[in-house]
Design a protein. Sequence first.
Length: 200
Amino acid sequence: MPGPSQVSIINGGLEKIAQSPIVALTDTTPASLAAARAWDPALRASLREGKPGFATAIVALALHDTYTPLHWDYAYKYPANCLNMLLVYNSGETDPARGQNFRELYDPDTNERVIVTNVYQAYGEYIYLVSDTTLFDPSFVKVLEYRLAADLAMPLVADQDLAKKMNENFRVAASECNRYDAGEQQAPAKQTSTFVTSRG
């Protein structure tokens, strides 16, 4: 079953802070304007915190052409639309879930983020920026609704305590989302991701 629409998710967040629902993001009501500003940061924060399975990708990392890493053997390009790199490993890992050491750095010459590691022919497992709400599962929708509620509490209600409470609920919901996805991923070690794509 497809996930809910963007507006219905926003209205779920508004309901949590006792605000009237919106009809469309193109409205000029205070709630619509505030929700339009809050949506993208809230979505990114929710994906990073909730780490839902539908937004988890594994790609073969592409070697960086020019960056020379200091104290590391290899430098790789940062995958497009990566929000949070979780693990780096190679295809010979017996337990990819543990991963290998890596760092995210900035290359000032190319204005790019890079990943440095000692792993040869590395794969990266990461949280991908998914904006299609029809892919969202119920546990993640709950996370995003609480994030929106926390972010909208001050501009719409001017209630700092309510914002704090919604933020606490967001953390709890994100933890539940993580446990839910962990329970669904009882697969062999090399199949811990929702999907595998080619080089990023």
